[in-house]
Every structure is written in structure tokens, then in C-alpha cells.
Ligand binder design. Structure first.
Ligand SMILES: Cc1ncc(COP(=O)(O)O)c(C=O)c1O
Length: 486
């Protein structure tokens, strides 16, 4: 019997039916969207409606809320669930996560800690990831909103390792000469953000040049660390890339480990999408050699594993240290060692959040339902489809590959680059036109002075026919917009 003044429905059977109908309708809307435009602009009238709608002081029945959702929200997808979405690095989502998301909403646990099933599931998922990536006994980990959040934690850990745990109290600013960290020029912007937010300062994030394959120049790295030490600065952290965001290239992680050992630095690896090459079999898994020797690894489940947003992870080699950095237990959270307040260690002792969602369940459903072998094959297929797209561009009339793809990212430009300013104007126009017509979504990046188109081929729904259609749209747009002969 529900409290009529409470928030539960008076008629649970009716809600059950409504929820089942809603799930059916959402699923068929998703399926139906694959034949529709990848993306559509939200009409100005709707944007203005959403800007002006008053705070809903009185509720409306669920059927009305659903009707609003259908009109105001559902048609205006981000596009990442669509097989012709190649923008940025966005996962398409898998259906196993949908079951988990529903269960999580209904279970609604707080996974900050205590003794209940969800905590054990997150531990199990982390243990599986230790095994997958080769992290030893005694390692720890935590699920995060994504790689940005995981990288932020890793940089804090590395700084506390260098400065000692007393600096938790004294602060970084009392800590003497500047800490220095190193990453290649291809490092992701989340690294800069974390270095700034941690108070280390991006002036102390040294951008090391790369070779022609966009891999960090390890000799230059070694020299930079030596020079900094000679100047009395304090090198403490090297961030390696397992899959750079611009071109999908991989640093030599074993060489980075050796350099870190030589100079007593923490090795963190950004494996947002690339870490998953590890399970893709030959030849792709070779790219991640040495990943298990990192001090910490950040990676996303919401990219190549297609787990629904948000879901990333951090693994840390020294689990005790990880816990000592983040553990604070005031009286009301004191460990009781028994009953619901038992279940040590608590996840709130491994990160910044006290209240935490049960994001581990969607990884658990995904791993259990598809299995690592099938997920690995899906990663390998993404790499193969990336090559297929690269081959289509290689033989294109109007476009030229910037470089052979290494993993799941391809960059390309127009063939005619005699006037870089004009080239950049045109390439942007092509990118936006395809998005606006909903034919395919590519995004943009820069190679030297040129703006270039960039495709990230990580959607498990993308088939060769989708790539063919996207390339045809690119060619047609080059002809149409640029008045080039075809
Ligand atoms: C290489 C790399 N690192 C970090 C990130 C940030 O990941 P997230 O968006 O999950 O925070 C991305 C995102 O695309 C990425 O590609």
C-alpha cells in the first residue's frame, strides 16, 4: 500500500504496464533511428520554448510527461547511437547496458561503501580489469564518470606520491620547487585540465615532441627530465598515450616504464579508448604492450565497450597508497566492521565522491552478456572498418589521407591544399554540411596548419555499407559545395 501523500503511484500495476510500453517504444525508436538522419538541428522555436518554460510547480501525469519527452527531447539525438556517427570518440551504447540502467534506477544503491551487493559487483568488475590489463595483486581501482575524472585522480596520486602524504595537510604550495610532468604534444586536453585543477600548473606540463607516427620521442623525454632535474625542478609523472585522440597512435609504453624507473617518476597511461586494443587479438593487442606495468591506467567503458554513458575506470598498482590518499572517515562514516556499516574497504576511500552510482552494473551486464572474446572481436572489427574507411579515402578523387590509421581514427584533408586558408574554410564547410543534412557526422582537428576531417570508427553498429554511404556523401559534398569537377 503506497502513502497517498508520497511519491509512489497509487496504482503500481498501471505503472508496470506504462513502463513496459515505454521500454518497447524507446527500443523501437532507437531501431527506427538508424535509417533516419544521424543528427537534426533543434528548431529555434523549440529551443526558445525550452528556455522559457516555467518551473513546473504542479506535476502532470506520466503520460503527459512522456508525450513532452517524445516531442521535445527524443527526436534531437546526439547522433552517437547511429551507425554513421564518426565524430570525436563517442560510443554507440549497447543493449545490455539498458537492462542494467533500468535495474540500477530501481535498486538505486549508494556505492560509496557499506556492505551490499553493488559494492561487491564493482570490486568484481575491477578485479576482472586487473586481470585483463595485467595489474598485479594489491592493485586497486574505481569506476569513474570517464577518463577525464580518472586522469584527475591519477595526477593527484602521483603528486602525493612525490610530495608525501603530509602534503595532504600542508598543501602543494608549501612544497618547494615545482613539480614537473611530461606528456607528448598529442596528450588529451583532460590532462591539461587536471594538471591545472590539481594546482600543479600547466606551465609544468612539458609537451614532448613526437615522431612521424605521433609517438612520444623517448630520447627527448629522457633529456627533458634530466634537464629539469639539473635545474632543481622535480619530475614526478609521465603520462603515456594508449590511443591519442587526434590520430589513435600509441606511445612505447615499455620504454616509458624504463624512463620512469630511471627517474623515479609515476607512469600514468591514458587508454580512454585505446586500452581496449589489449583484448582485440593480433595485431592490435601489440599496440598496448607494457600497459600492465603502469602505475595507473585510465580508460573508458563508454567508448569501445559501448557501455552507456557515463562509465570510465582507473586502475592503480599500489592499492594501499591509493586508499591512504583519499580515506577520510568522520564519526558518522566510521567503519563498524559489521552489519550494513561493514564491507571495508569503501569506494569513497578511493576517490573524491562519497555518494556514488552503481555504474559497475552496466559493465557487469556487458561483460557477462557479450563475453570478453566477443567484445575483443568487436574492437578488432572497429580497427578493420577504420582501415576500410582509410582505403576508401586513399582512392578518393577529392580527399587525401593524412596518415595510415593505427587503430580506430582516420584523418584526411582535401587533395588541393595550395591555399591553406581556403582549404580550411572548405573542409569546415563540408563537415558542417554533412552534419546539417544528417548524412554522416565527422569532426575536425588540425594537422600542422591544416584543418582536417577526423573519423573515429568505434560504433559497433557501423558496417562497410555505412562507410560507403558516408564516403559518397563526402564526395558529393566536395563536388556540390566546392564546384570541383567530378
Ligand atoms: C585519448 C583520450 N583521453 C581522454 C579522453 C576523455 O575521456 P572522457 O570523455 O571519458 O572524460 C578522451 C575522450 O575522447 C580521449 O580520447
Amino acid at each position: 500500500m503506497s502513502d497517498p501523500q508520497g511519491l509512489d503511484p497509487a496504482d503500481w500495476e498501471a505503472i508496470e504496464q506504462q513502463l513496459a510500453d515505454f521500454a518497447r517504444e524507446e527500443l523501437s525508436a532507437l531501431r527506427g533511428s538508424f535509417d533516419k538522419p544521424v543528427w537534426r538541428e533543434i528548431p529555434e522555436s523549440l529551443q526558445s520554448e525550452l528556455r522559457q518554460e516555467p518551473l513546473p510547480r504542479q506535476g502532470e501525469d506520466m503520460a503527459t510527461v512522456i508525450r513532452r519527452y517524445r516531442r521535445q527531447i527524443r527526436p534531437w539525438r546526439n547522433g552517437n547511437t547511429h551507425p554513421r556517427f564518426f565524430g570525436w570518440v563517442q560510443g554507440g551504447g549497447n543493449l545490455a547496458s539498458v537492462f542494467a540502467d533500468l535495474a540500477v534506477s530501481l535498486l538505486n544503491p549508494n556505492v560509496g561503501g557499506r556492505e551490499h551487493g553493488a559494492v561487491h559487483v564493482e570490486r568484481e568488475v575491477i578485479r576482472w580489469c586487473h586481470e585483463l590489463f595485467g595489474f598485479p595483486q594489491g592493485s586497486s581501482g574505481i569506476l569513474t564518470t570517464g577518463t577525464s575524472a580518472a586522469t584527475h585522480l591519477a595526477i593527484q596520486l602521483a603528486a602525493f606520491r612525490r610530495l608525501g602524504l603530509d602534503s595532504k595537510k600542508h598543501g602543494f604550495f608549501q612544497a618547494g620547487s615545482p613539480l614537473r610532468c611530461y606528456c607528448s604534444t598529442q596528450g588529451h586536453s583532460s590532462i591539461i585540465k587536471a594538471v591545472e585543477a590539481c594546482g600543479i600548473g600547466s606551465d609544468h606540463l612539458v609537451a614532448i615532441p613526437t615522431d612521424a607516427g605521433h609517438r612520444i620521442d623517448t630520447e627527448a623525454l629522457d633529456n627533458a627530465i634530466r634537464n629539469d632535474r639539473a635545474r632543481g625542478l622535480r619530475p614526478f609523472l609521465v603520462i603515456g598515450n594508449a590511443g591519442t585522440v587526434n590520430t589513435g597512435s600509441f606511445d612505447d609504453l615499455a620504454a616509458l616504464r624504463a624512463i620512469c624507473d630511471r627517474h623515479d617518476c609515476w607512469l600514468h597511461v591514458d587508454g580512454a579508448f585505446g586500452a581496449w586494443m589489449h583484448i582485440a587479438g593480433s595485431p592490435w593487442s601489440r599496440l598496448t604492450e607494457g600497459i600492465g606495468a603502469a602505475d595507473s591506467l585510465a580508460f573508458d567503458f563508454h567508448k569501445l565497450m559501448s557501455v552507456s554513458y557515463e562509465c570510465g575506470g582507473l586502475l592503480v598498482r599500489d592499492g594501499d597508497f591509493h586508499q591512504r590518499v583519499y580515506s577520510i572517515r568522520p564519526d558518522y562514516l566510521a567503519p563498524h566492521g559489521q552489519a550494513l556499516a561493514g564491507g571495508e574497504p569503501w569506494f569513497c576511500d578511493f576517490g573524491l565522491e562519497l555518494s556514488r552510482s552503481f555504474r559497475a552494473l552496466k559493465v557487469w551486464f556487458t561483460f557477462r552478456h557479450y563475453g570478453i572474446e566477443r567484445l575483443g572481436q568487436s574492437v578488432a572489427r572497429a580497427c578493420e572498418r577504420t582501415r576500410y574507411l582509410a582505403d576508401r579515402i586513399r582512392f578518393s578523387t577529392h580527399y587525401r589521407l593524412c596518415r595510415d590509421p593505427v587503430s580506430t581514427i582516420v584523418t584526411f584533408r582535401l587533395r588541393d591544399t595550395t591555399d591553406p586558408v581556403e582549404h580550411n574554410r572548405r573542409i569546415e564547410a563540408i563537415c558542417y554540411a554533412l552534419q546539417q543534412r544528417g548524412e554522416a557526422v565527422f569532426s575536425l582537428t588540425r594537422e600542422d596548419e591544416l584543418r582536417v576531417l577526423r573519423a573515429s570508427v568505434i560504433n559497433h553498429r557501423t558496417m562497410e555499407a555505412d562507410i560507403d554511404a558516408a564516403v559518397e556523401a563526402l564526395e558529393a559534398e566536395a563536388v556540390r559545395l566546392l564546384n570541383l569537377p567530378d
